[in-house]
Design a protein around this ligand. Structure first.
Ligand SMILES: [Zn+2]
Length: 310
């Protein structure tokens, strides 16, 4: 890790503590990464980040897997922030719909699909007010196959894709908190597999955006935690999520709290809370507005977007 840090112009790691796990910190002008030896749970600027492999100590030196250095540390510690300008095209994907209700609230059985759509509708005007072009994969209560959500983003030449969901651990009523997912880089095990195969070597279309996916995920995750006060369950990696795998643009999926937890379900059912989440998403996306209005798209794609508008 120290050799990598030196090669990237960073100072050596500092030891924070020796027990229960030896814990080191690496800093750059972008923030602080905390690594615990023997644990995939790291921290980036005080928020949970799940690594692909356990850091190890060999002869007093900390070793990280090359993919963790390349896919987790480098984008955050070394790369400049993502910037989006006016005219950025974003597809918001309210999870589920129609017969596919998603999970249900433990309080009164209201379905996830209702809250995801409401949240997307709240985000839309906030981004449009800043000159963004916003499309929703669905604007009312109908189901859309996961593959069609990806095709929808292609058709609208989206620069970014965000899928909105709420979580469930039923029958457990205690689990709570917010998770943000992006696609697992090739060669790395996922944080979550949900019983699906996790073919490490598979290189998927969205792997072209590994670095931007992570930057987008940590930025939205931090903003949502700050404004919602929810528990931090971390930025996580998964390979099975159908709306992310084939995306030809940075793409993340947000699980905005547990409908199976009565306290969290009460929050999610409150319009004021959903407005807070929407404002956090918009603020995070608009946080670094580029001075050049077309950094993320060309005039040609913008014209196509207008032509394709529903
Ligand atoms: Zn869902």
């Amino acid at each position: 890790m120290n050799r990598w840090a030196a090669a990237h112009g960073l100072g050596p790691a500092q030891r924070l503590t020796d027990s229960p796990l030896a814990t080191d910190t690496l800093r750059s002008n972008r923030g602080e990464m905390i690594i615990a030896i023997g644990s995939r749970d790291a921290e980036w600027n005080g928020r949970q980040l799940h690594l692909g492999f356990d850091p190890e100590m060999v002869d007093g030196e900390v070793y990280l897997h090359g993919l963790d250095l390349q896919k987790n540390l480098e984008p955050l510690l070394c790369e400049g922030p993502l910037t989006f300008g006016r005219g950025t095209v974003i597809v918001l994907d309210p999870g589920h719909g129609g017969m596919n209700s998603g999970t249900i609230s433990v309080l009164d059985h209201r379905p996830e699909k209702e809250f995801t759509l409401d949240l997307a509708r709240r985000v839309k005007p906030l981004l449009e007010g800043a000159g963004w072009v916003v499309y929703l994969t669905r604007t009312n209560d109908f189901d859309l196959a996961l593959s069609n959500r990806v095709i929808f983003a292609d058709k609208h030449h989206a620069d970014l894709f965000i899928s909105l969901h709420f979580n469930s651990a039923a029958p457990d009523r205690k689990q709570s908190g917010l998770e943000t997912y992006c696609l697992t880089p090739a060669g790395m095990p996922s944080t979550l597999t949900r019983g699906f195969a996790d073919p490490w070597q598979e290189y998927l279309p969205n792997n072209n955006f590994d670095s931007q996916n992570l930057q987008l995920a940590v930025r939205l995750h931090a903003a949502l935690l700050r404004s919602s006060g929810e528990e931090d369950r971390g930025v996580r990696r998964a390979r099975f999520i159908g709306v992310l795998r084939g995306q030809k643009r940075p793409a993340i999926l947000i699980e905005g709290g547990y409908l199976s937890n009565p306290v969290e379900a009460a929050k999610i059912e409150s319009p004021e809370f959903r407005q807070k989440l929407a404002e956090a998403i918009a603020r995070a996306l608009l946080g670094n507005v580029a001075s050049n209005p077309s950094t993320t798209m060309t005039q040609t794609t913008r014209a196509q977007n207008i032509a394709d508008a529903p």
